[in-house]
Design a binder for this molecule. Structure first.
Ligand SMILES: Nc1nc2c(ncn2[C@@H]2O[C@H](COP(=O)(O)OP(=O)(O)O)[C@@H](O)[C@H]2O)c(=O)[nH]1
Ligand SMILES: [Mg+2]
Ligand SMILES: [Zn+2]
Length: 349
């Protein structure tokens, strides 16, 4: 396989990932590694470190469950035809649960999630706790960026409010997304080989931040190889190269979602509650009305309510997943019964 470390470094290659990719390559064809940057119904957009190009979504790929951010091995065939033949097991994977209880992969192989929230009307602490839950369950480092500091009068108060409410180890900055100073603040997370994802409501400042962090960077021109279908459409790219060597993946906004977590992984985002809860009188304390509760009154009341709400959601999600399995088993049994009935019939005739 053709693996050029320096070429792939700006799109997030690390020594670990290159080792995994080399181990995966079993192709006898001419092959190379690439990163998934967009997923469409009939095709994938991949980045090979130099160009973006599109490959057709063939049925054999369905089982791979490809997500943006995935690393894949691509086989080159004649006539500029490319085919994905293998996918690297993701190092991290941010997932959510949809309302019907299904698990959906948002993005793979992320080091840092920039959680972007405006200090204007967008400011909502419960929503931020949701983002934290989804990201920390995936063992991805969160960095909270409160944008529009220059536009609001009460930025210091809001910063104080969120700092008080969240565990102290979470990094929080209030910024003007248009200023280059933001790049300086984020420098520790923007080193070569790092991959970041932007999460936040529409209008929060994600595109603005992307522009600021990629400013003066000569992004590779999006010449599309492969089936050439992408050439006439001007889709906005979703993988951006930062001046400092990292890359940023822009995702479409999340509308309705629940963290794809169990209670234990939710505790990663509510570490303060989890550790205080060790001192509750009852081991299964819900921190509601129970006597001897060590959490209630200590942790921000609204934060505790949000935690309890998320726990309920997670339980509901798990339940519906279980119910789906039961449902499937029931159908299987019915199907089997039907089959053996028709077999009996056949044998009788
Ligand atoms: N003054 C100021 N404007 C901002 C800031 N962040 C975002 N904006 C503006 O808010 C609008 C929406 O930002 P955009 O990046 O498109 O949001 P996105 O939907 O998250 O990509 C744009 O007009 C930006 O110029 C900020 O920190 N300061
Ligand atoms: Mg945008
Ligand atoms: Zn308690």
């Amino acid at each position: 396989m053709n693996l050029d470390f320096d070429l792939l470094r700006p799109i997030g290659l690390t020594p670990y990932i290159s080792q995994q990719l080399l181990m995966l390559d079993s192709s006898s064809q001419e092959s190379f590694p690439a990163r998934v940057t967009e997923i469409h119904r009939d095709r994938f957009i991949l980045h090979n470190g130099k160009n973006e190009f599109s490959v057709r979504a063939l049925p054999n790929l369905e089982s791979m469950q490809l997500a943006v951010g995935d690393w894949v091995i691509v086989e080159a065939h004649e006539n500029n035809v490319f085919q994905i033949c293998n996918r690297m097991e993701p190092v991290t994977q941010i997932t959510r649960r949809t309302q019907d209880g299904n698990r959906q992969i948002l993005v793979s192989n992320i080091d840092t999630a920039l959680l972007v929230m405006g200090l204007d009307n967008d400011f909502n602490l419960r929503r931020m706790e949701r983002y934290l839950a989804i990201v920390q369950a995936a063992h991805v480092t969160p960095v909270i960026l409160l944008t529009k500091r220059d536009l609001v009068a009460d930025a210091p108060e809001k910063l104080e409010q969120i700092t008080q409410r969240l565990p102290s180890q979470i990094t929080i900055y209030a910024v003007n997304a248009l200023e280059q100073h933001t790049t300086t603040l984020l420098a520790p997370w923007l080193t070569a080989g790092q991959t970041l994802v932007l999460l936040g409501s529409s209008g929060a400042g994600k595109s603005t931040l992307t522009n600021t962090l990629t400013l003066s960077q000569q992004e590779t021109s999006a010449v599309r190889l492969g089936d050439n279908r992408g050439r006439h459409t001007t889709t906005s790219r979703s993988l951006h190269l930062c001046t400092n060597g990292a890359c940023i993946i822009d995702t479409p906004g999340l509308r309705t979602w629940s963290p794809d977590a169990d209670e234990d992984s939710l505790d990663l985002a509510f570490e303060d509650i989890a550790s205080l809860a060790l001192n509750c009188k009852f081991r299964n304390c819900l921190h509601m009305e129970e006597p001897g509760c060590a959490v209630r009154g200590i942790v921000d009341d609204d934060r505790l309510k949000n935690y309890q709400k998320l726990i309920r959601e997670i339980k509901r999600g798990q339940q519906s997943a279980l119910e789906r399995i039961e449902e499937r088993a029931r159908w299987k049994a019915l199907h089997k019964a039907g089959e053996s009935r028709s077999k009996e019939k056949r044998e009788r005739n």
